[in-house]
Ligand binder design. Sequence first.
Ligand code: SER
Length: 317
Amino acid sequence: MKRILVTGSYGQIGTELVGALRKKYGGENVVATGRKKPPAILKKDGPYLQLDVLDTNQLHAMLVDYDIDIMIHNASLLSGTGEKDPQLAYRTNIEGSYNVLEAVRILGLDQVMIPSSIAAFGPSTPRENTPNDVIMRPTTAYGVSKVFIELWGEYYVKRYGMDFRSLRYPGIISSETLPGGGTTDYAVEIFYEALKNKRYTSFLDKGTYLPMMYMPDCLKCTIDLIEADVGRLKHRSFNITAMSFAPEEIAAEIKKHIPEFEISYEPDFRQQIAETWPASLDDSAARQEWGWKPDYDLAAMTKDMLEKLSKKLGVDY
Ligand code: SER
């Protein structure tokens, strides 16, 4: 059984990914790490350790002490937070990922997965059905860091034969842990506000289409790519998507379950970020090379989100 270490494990994706990995590979084989004190869910079935990937000595020692085979490096500042503090985004996202790739190279780990994002694309990228291989000139600190990760990782594949893999996650919608500081976060916040207050003010404007995915599909594609037969991979960084919608469309879907729900719009600085990203993605490379296929569309995701979140919040609808 391979041993996996996950960074950023108390984040939106990390908390649920650690749970899914522990279920599949056994609690003791999945080491959750982060810089903060862990939520209870991460301490339940396996180890949680404090780790700052900017501290290379600590990183190398932990990978050796816990005999890690696969590293999943999720720790990252998101797009909104990155624009507030680009220098911190550089250190966390670029230096941190460089340290991880170097540790994987020096210690000879079997595999490393570092997520990329739709933010790796930019205003000169074709926005509709964006192909996997296309111009990428992002204009955010976060986006620049993701292009660095993809290219440096792919360089190590070519140069050192490293098994680097990456997914360009779209906006991820989930009920367990809130996202923090992203441009797609509105699509999660809207559910909390719909259940609690029956209204939501969106920081993205009407008509702002972005690619999105529900958490069960995010967990599925992450684990599927980790397990994919490396011999079939022509790419190492993959577009991945499940749906694409604008704020008024998710609001209309929520209204089918909560008829009183109302949405209004007060776009902030994240509107400009969203306008530089794809509206929809072509994920045919992932479909062909490792059999990707999502389970949830907008209607199925909305129904499940409302059911799960209403239970969690103790609110009826
Ligand atoms: N959810 C991310 C963000 O909005 C996109 O990768 O920053």
